[in-house]
Every structure is written in C-alpha cells, then in structure tokens.
Design a protein around this ligand. Structure first.
Ligand code: F6P
Length: 528
C-alpha cells in the first residue's frame, strides 16, 4: 500500500524540477539537512518533498526497523541463515546495556583481542619486536581479500597523514603479479607479513601466503617464519597448522562479518600504520554514529535518511545504480570498499523468510574520486539518458595548509557538480541546423544528489563515515525484508574454480563432458 502510494506519487512528480522545491518550501534547507557531531548531510537536492519524506519514514515503521535495530544492538542472532548474531558493533563498544549475558561476554573478549593487537603494534612501532636478522621492521604486507583486504587497504590509505612510518602494502589477488610486484618493493629481512582471513580457507589468501612464506624461507630459513608472520583469523587451528605461533595469532569473533571487520583485529595493518591512539579514535567515530543511530529521531538520523533516499531512488524511481564520489584523494578506495559493503549485503533475491523477493533489492554501487571522475565518466552523469543519483562526500579542510588553494578548488568543484546536476543549463527550443549544436550543449539538469560534508578526514571522521554506510545498508536491508549479513552468492564460483583447476594448462585431462563453451575455452588455453 505504502509502496504503491510512493510509486503513484513518483509518477506525478517525476518531471518536476528539484530546484522548484526550494521555492515551495522556504524551510527546505532546515528540513532536508542533518547536522551531527561535525557532519552536515544535505539531501535537499533530491526530488523528495515533505509528503514523500513522510511516506518513506512510514516504511521504517512498517518494516520494524527500530525493533530490528534493537535486536542487532542486543546481540540477537539476526543473521538467520548463518544462525548467528551480528556483533561488529561490539568491536567499537556499542552493544546495548540490556544485551544478553552472552553478548555482554563478547565485550570482554573483544577488549582482550584489541589489547593483544595494541601490544603488538606498540612493540612493532617502538622496535622491541624485531625481525630474524635485522634491527627493525620497515614494511608490512597484509595478505587478504574481500573484507580482509578492502577495509584495511581503504582506511590505511585514507589516514596516511597519521602514519607513523611503517610502510604498509596490500596483496589480495591470486594473480601472481600482485604478490610479485609487492615483493619486488621490499626486503625480506625487514618485512612482516600478516595473513588476514576470517576463515583461513580462502584460496587467494592461502596461495599468496604460501608463496610469501617460501620467499621468507628461501632467504632467511624456516626459523624466520615465526618472527615474520602473523595471522588474523577466527580459525585458530588452521593458523597454527600454517606454522604461526599462538602469540602471533590475532583472533576475532565469527559474529563479525568479513565486510564489517575493519574494526576488529582485521584492522591490524591499519593499526600498525597509524598507531593505537588513532585507531581508538577511529573506533570512537564509529561508536558516535552507533549512538546517533539508536538515539536520533528518523528525520534527524543520517544513516536512516540516507537509506530512505536510496530506497526512493532505486525501488521507487527505478534508477539502477548509484555513485559515491569522494572529493578526497585519500578516499580513492572508498568506492571499492562500499561496493562490497553494499552489494555483498543487499545484492539478494530472497526474503529473510526464504521466499522469492518481489522487487529489486540493492542497487549497483560504483564510484570514484573527485575531481578525477569529472574528467572521465561524468559526461554520462550529466548528459546520459540514465539518471545516476550521486552521493558526494567532501571535507571542509584538507591536511595541507600550504596547499589550501588546492583544497578550495576541490570544494568548489564538488559544489559545482551537485549544483550543475540539479540546475542544468542551455536551451533546446529550436530545430534549425545552426542551433542543433545547442542540443549537444544542453544540460537537462534535475539530477539528484546528496552531499556529506565533514570537517577534516581524521580517524574519528572516517569511523563516522563507515558506520553511517554500515547502518544505511542495514536499514535498506530491513525495509527490503532481506538478510544483509550472509553472502551465499559468492560460493558457486569459488567451488567451480576449484573443480576447474585440474583442467587448466593440462592437455592430458579430457574436458569432454564440460559445457561446450568451457570445452572450447580450455582447448584454446591448453594449446599452450
Ligand atoms: O568470497 C567472499 C568472502 O567470503 C567475503 O565475504 C570475505 O570478506 C572474503 O571472502 C574473505 O574471506 P576470508 O576473510 O575468510 O578470507
């Protein structure tokens, strides 16, 4: 009923100019922006007016978002298909006071796990933890993939101004080029390797870890492994089987989903980069948004309103994709990070009850950084036939006071894009040949965007940004009636790759019986 009403209204307002909404509602800025703890979220440049907003807000009551949220914060097993709670919140100390005794116990476990990481980080940074045959470690390689890579990679890069000196590298792809290119930059004598894998079964990570182990052993001998390797995992026994001593195994709970694991021991490479105090500020930023999420009314709640804008654009307006544009060079990996967070969570076709989903679930997420994207794919965003809602993020200040004018240009560009998208320009009133060029130069405008302004990209701010997106994904998932915390869709391809491995570059194995396309491809490959 609500959905039908939203869709009915959307048809009516579809052609309305977003800019006209500011004339109709003199309080639009007040009503369509949210200020919270150094953040300013503006969703006024969307085609949502007060009555649409009211209907969207009603969706949250119908879907019981508040009750689901409380269940998550009190540690109930809301990840029903894997029968476990969703406790990444515990990593930033945000479980609710009335959580079950079991869930409360996780607070104790988490703080022990963090403490173990912090002691290791201090030892690495002050030089008391030493390599096998050199005075000090200079480089750290994090080997992991998916959630065991994207979070640490994105956050470490984003917080480079806070780096303490250890050089951090990231290897994820099973393509040997990734490992080879990284090893070419470092010296085994002074390199520490973190093998990050929640399950410690992931083919890419274990293959890379084995090859990196060989690289260490060939130069420094078998006895160097215990000094140059650590594991981050929930699978303790598998780590010891790999030869990693107990004191170098950093664990976290299986109730932390891979794409939500940056807050846990999986953040170890980031901790090694920025140090313990800054990592604690990062956790504090996440926690501040948890508090905001549970305590603010819906219309003052950034993650909830961001989710409702997302629902409006994808489910109601039927825009197929949305784009995240961070005007911040150091957030160059944010879009990749959010692709996993959003699409692995909400790219589903089955309801939480196990029935076929009636409508589309999460949209396609893509993005990049400004201003670079402006000189590449923004042509389509401005003039393409498809509407792509944009989510802009930008800091009011940069970290380079001596280059302040660069930052002011960056801000001006970010503001210019959202304004140009909304306002458009040019006219197409004539069909005469000499005027037809105007059609090429015409900007229809009326393209929606949101802007999240923050003061400066600090550990705290980045914690806030990530937590906003985590809760946004959660709210969208609850409204859509799906389980945002499993990822069965990644399994089939993994299993098939294992089955196909024996056929590759191996002409002696007959490929008959495989699909004709596969057979043809293998024949080409196996020609050598
Ligand atoms: O294949 C998807 C996935 O399971 C992600 O959900 C996860 O983040 C990634 O693989 C890595 O898994 P692991 O940390 O167990 O190696």
């Amino acid at each position: 009923m609500l959905w039908q009403e939203l869709k009915r209204i959307q048809k009516i307002v579809d052609k309305r100019r977003i800019s006209s909404l500011f004339k109709q509602d003199s309080k639009r800025i007040e009503n369509f922006t949210i200020k919270a703890d150094g953040l300013y979220f503006d969703y006024s440049k969307t085609n949502i007016d007060q009555s649409i907003k009211n209907l969207l807000i009603q969706l949250t009551s119908v879907a019981n978002v508040g009750a689901y949220r409380d269940s998550m914060f009190s540690g109930e097993p809301i990840n029903v298909t894997e029968n476990r709670p969703v406790l990444h919140l515990a990593e930033r100390g945000s479980l609710s006071a009335n959580a079950s005794a079991n869930a409360q116990q996780t607070n104790v476990i988490v703080s022990e796990q963090h403490q173990k990481c912090y002691e290791f980080v201090d030892g690495m940074l002050n030089g008391t933890i030493k390599p096998h045959k050199a005075p000090r470690f200079t480089d750290v390689i994090n080997i992991g993939i998916g959630g065991s890579d994207l979070g640490p990679r994105m956050v470490t890069r984003a917080l480079r101004p806070f780096a303490k000196g250890l050089r951090i590298h990231n290897v994820s792809n099973i393509d040997g080029a990734d490992l080879a290119d990284t090893l070419a930059q470092v010296n085994p004598q002074t390199t520490f390797i973190l093998v990050a894998s929640k399950t410690f079964t992931t083919l890419e990570t274990l293959t890379n870890a084995e090859s990196a182990r060989l690289w260490i052993v060939q130069t420094l001998g078998e006895e160097a492994v215990s000094k140059h390797f650590a594991a981050i995992s929930t699978a303790y026994d598998k780590c010891t089987d790999f030869g990693i001593p107990a004191e170098r195994i950093f664990s976290f709970g299986e109730w932390v989903g891979g794409r939500y694991s940056i807050w846990s021991s999986i953040g170890l490479s980031t901790m090694l980069s920025i140090g313990v105090e800054h990592f604690k500020q990062f956790l504090a930023g996440g926690k501040s948004i948890d508090t905001h999420f549970v305590s603010q009314s819906i219309s003052q709640n950034i993650p909830v309103m961001l989710a409702l804008v997302g629902i409006w654009h994808h489910q109601v307006c039927r825009y197929a994709t949305r784009i995240v544009m961070a005007y911040e060079q150091r957030l160059e990996h944010l879009a990749h990070y959010l692709q996993q967070l959003e699409m692995e969570s909400n790219g589903k076709s089955t309801t939480i009850q196990g029935e076929a989903l009636g409508d589309v679930a999460g949209p396609i997420i893509w993005g990049g950084i400004g201003t670079n994207g402006q000189h590449a794919f923004f042509q389509l965003i401005h003039q393409g036939k498809q509407i792509v809602p944009c989510e802009f993020l930008v800091g009011i200040n940069g970290h380079e006071p001596e280059l302040k004018h660069h930052h002011d240009y960056l801000l001006a560009n970010c503001l210019a894009q959202s304004e140009a998208l909304m306002m458009g320009s040019g006219q197409t009133t004539t069909s005469s040949p000499e005027e037809s060029i105007n059609r090429h130069k015409h900007f229809q405008g009326n393209r929606p965007s949101t802007t999240l302004l923050y003061q400066k990209l600090s550990p705290y701010t980045l914690g806030q940004i990530i937590a906003i997106y985590e809760h946004r994904v959660f709210v969208e998932g609850v409204i859509l009636g799906i389980n945002s915390f499993d990822q069965w869709g990644v399994e089939l391809g993994k299993a098939m790759a294992k089955q196909l491995y024996p056929y590759v570059n191996n002409p002696s194995v007959s490929s008959s019986g495989l699909s004709p396309s596969l057979e043809g491809l293998l024949q080409e490959i196996n020609k050598g």
